[in-house]
Write a protein that binds this ligand. Structure first.
Ligand SMILES: C[S@@+](CC[C@H](N)C(=O)[O-])C[C@H]1O[C@@H](n2cnc3c(N)ncnc32)[C@H](O)[C@@H]1O
Length: 253
């Protein structure tokens, strides 16, 4: 039987170095943990979820792929029932960026922990990057992966060595710029178009709260558009896909 793991989760796995224990919080089916154990990337996986049903599914999959002896299963809201120091790598994948940020904020002990964090937000990646920077954490590496019609960013984060990010950097991190993935031009175009839509929408709003937020989005748009223009000036080959604005673009905001 072949493990039905997504390209998105494979990208997360690729960014995990050989290690002892990986904690996969919000594991659902548990495929990432099964894959890491099968690949010999780690010795043990803590698979954790907020709900019983996904955890039962992770347990069943671990048994089906004969890795249950090397996986433990924890019912937990975020990291509440995960012991500090019990893992080398923490994965939070397939959840909204705001939820990932909330789970991390609820675990202040992570600041003194040496763990590597692999974060893959489904939405609100800018809010997550802002929270990471504000906490003094550093996005060490950031890569892009296309899975179906969606484009995902996967971040490897260290809990030290960072600082506040500009509005533009919250959409396109310095690590993403450095990586120069083949999908980078497509990602820049998506961010720029999504920000244009947001700025246009917010400009029509009469809500004073929107007016305050407008400055943030305008600043982000200016930075991202400048990055995109810089890219267009280079001779690098561009991803040749059609880039019609889509709900996926909106969901990245
Ligand atoms: C969409 S699934 C993602 C599964 C897997 N990580 C992936 O990327 O394919 C999100 C999972 O996160 C779990 N979840 C949601 N909120 C959570 C929380 N506060 N703590 C732990 N797990 C949570 C859900 O129950 C669900 O199983």
């Amino acid at each position: 039987m072949k493990l039905p793991i997504s390209k998105r989760l494979l990208q997360c796995a690729e960014m995990i170095p050989p290690c002892r224990t990986v904690a996969d919080v919000g594991t659902d089916h548990g495929y990432l943990g099964v894959y890491l154990l099968q690949a010999g990337r780690c010795a043990h996986v803590i698979a954790s979820d907020l709900r019983e049903k996904p955890l039962a599914s992770a347990r069943a999959n671990a048994a089906a792929f004969s890795v249950q002896d090397r996986m433990s299963f924890v019912l937990s809201d975020g990291l509440h029932h995960i012991k500090p120091g019990s893992f080398d790598v923490l994965v939070l994948a397939g959840m909204g960026g705001d939820l990932i940020a909330r789970i991390l904020a609820d675990a202040p002990w992570l600041d003194g922990d040496n763990a590597l964090l692999i974060l893959q937000p489904q939405s609100a990646a800018n809010d997550l990057r802002r929270a990471l920077g504000a906490r003094g954490w550093r996005i060490e590496q950031e890569r892009l992966v296309r899975d179906g019609q969606f484009l995902y960013a996967v971040m490897a984060v260290r809990t030290e060595g960072g600082g506040p990010l500009t509005p533009g950097e919250q959409y396109v991190s310095p690590a993403l710029r450095r990586a120069q993935d083949a999908l980078y031009p497509a990602y820049l175009a998506r961010m720029r178009r999504a920000l244009e839509l947001t700025v246009r929408g917010i400009s029509r709003s009469a809500d004073p709260a929107d007016l305050a937020r407008a400055a943030y989005y305008r600043a982000a748009l200016t930075e991202v558009a400048a990055l995109e223009a810089g890219e267009a000036d280079t001779d690098k080959p561009k991803a040749d896909e059609a880039l019609a604005p889509s709900s996926a673009e909106r969901s990245l905001l």
